[in-house]
Every structure is written in C-alpha cells, then in structure tokens.
Design a protein around this ligand. Structure first.
Ligand SMILES: [Zn+2]
Length: 267
C-alpha cells in the first residue's frame, strides 16, 4: 500500500521570488498564476538522464515543476558530454542522477529532486521503482532501449499514468504520447508490438547529433507543461517524426490495437 506522502500536499501560493522567476510564463493566458501553482504541485518522473533527459530535466526544473524524479543507473562519461548538456567535465564518473540533481537544484532552489540510481526492469523486486511511479502525475520516457521503453509503457498503462516518449538517433527524432486515463488511448506497445530485445541501436552504437536530441527533449518538456496545465496535448496518439537533414516533420496517427497484449485488457 502506498504510504501517504507529504510530497502530495498541495501548496496554493507563490512567493514573490517565484512570481518574478516565472513571470514570462505566468503572463501567458494559458498558464497564469493558477497554472504556475499547478506546476509547483506537479510530480514528474523522467526515466533516463541522457541526451533527451538532460533538456527535459533542465526545462522542467526551470519552469518550476515542484518535484522531479530522476531514474538512471549510469555514470557520466566523456562521450556523454557531446549531447548531455546537463553535465560538466567536472562531473565525469559521477552517478548521473546525483550529478543532474546538483545541476537542477543550482538552477532552481524552489524545486525538489528525488533520484533513483537503478535500471528500470519489470522485476517485482524493484519496489523503489514501482513506488516512484505511484507518486507521479506524468512519466517522461527518455530511455535509450526498447526493453526499458516497453517496461515503462506497461507500468503507465497499469497505473493509468500519462506517458511522453522521445527517441533520437543519427539525425532522426521521434515523439509520441499516450494517456492511459482515456479508455480509447493507444499505448507504446500498440505502436511497437515486437519483442523487448529487438532493438540494439542507440546513440552510442549508431551516433547522434546533440541538437537533434535537444529538439526532441525540448518538445517532451513542452508537451509535459501543456499536459500539466490542462492545454491540449498534440502528441497524444500521434507519432511525430523529425528529419534533422531536411527539417521536415511527419505525423502519423496511432490507433489502439484491440488485441494489444498490454493495453487491450487493462482495467
Ligand atoms: Zn496497447
């Protein structure tokens, strides 16, 4: 049973400093003071603090998302610094989630960051990971492998948590989101129903340009803010593919698979 958490306590006011800090977004009619308070009360899990997770975490911290959860079991390596812009040379060899937490709390002291230096699996023994999902309003998938993506999707379907998925490789980016709270929503497995281990390509093996994952990660952060403040989310059930060479976008609708082994029979 999930224990009652002080993290869920609602705060209903902004300090003068917070007003000043977020003034550029508070002046947007779509956000306003109420939207900013909503962001302050939001709990968001970012799985993977790499090329995608770096801009997602930085933008969401800067925007005042009250509580960010970071999950990643990696350490900062020299070859990460080409695209994982949250880290610095001085943080080489450090645990990624801890290094990212330092960067985020320096950027914005008003937010809380909880870290978990673990790889996400579907093991029942991974209690801490399951607890982390139970705490959040939204999950952002910034992982770099199919097994993790399928695992995240499964938990989000079971726990009815909206999910924003990004991917970037070579000069191609992808964005797609799902809202398991809606009965007719598709899921990641409807889109990619193949075996968990089918994908071996990632940024380390196939290469990627830093700004490419920067673009996709920025869009994930944008969609997150839109979702949390009640704006329509354009990427729900919509796969958006970006070609970095031509700057062209392709949009494809994702339809729920009535035989999907993950979402079709989820209650
Ligand atoms: Zn599905």
């Amino acid at each position: 049973m999930a224990k009652p958490s002080v993290l869920k306590l609602k705060q209903d006011a902004l300090s003068d400093k917070e007003f000043m800090r977020y003034s550029a977004q508070i002046m947007l009619p779509e956000i306003g003071e109420l939207g900013q308070i909503t962001l302050k009360n939001a709990n968001v899990l970012i799985v993977g603090v790499g090329g995608l997770g770096a801009p997602v975490a930085l933008y969401l911290a800067a925007a005042g998302i009250g509580h960010l959860y970071l999950a990643d079991d990696d350490h900062v390596e020299l070859s990460n610094l080409q695209r994982q812009i949250i880290f610095t040379q001085a943080q080489l060899k450090q645990n990624k989630v801890r290094a990212a937490k330092d960067a985020l709390t320096q950027l914005n002291p008003h937010i809380k960051v909880t870290t978990l230096a673990q790889r996400l699996t579907l093991d029942s023994g991974n209690r801490q990971m399951a607890d982390m999902f139970a705490q959040v309003d939204l999950v952002i998938d910034c992982s770099d492998n199919m097994a993790t993506r399928q695992a995240i999707n499964k938990i989000c379907v079971m726990q009815k948590i909206p999910l924003i998925v990004g991917a970037g490789i070579r000069m191609e980016g992808q964005l797609v989101s799902f809202n398991a709270q809606q009965a007719d929503s598709a899921c990641y497995h409807c889109l990619y129903p193949f075996a968990d281990t089918a994908e071996v390509n990632n940024c380390s093996t196939s290469g990627v340009l830093g700004p490419l994952v920067g673009i996709v990660g920025s869009l994930q952060a944008l969609e997150a803010i839109k979702y949390l403040t009640g704006m329509p989310v354009s990427s729900f059930n919509r796969l958006m593919r970006f070609d970095g060479k031509t700057l062209q976008w392709q949009h494809l609708s994702v339809v729920k698979d009535p035989h999907c082994s993950v979402c079709a029979f989820a209650k």
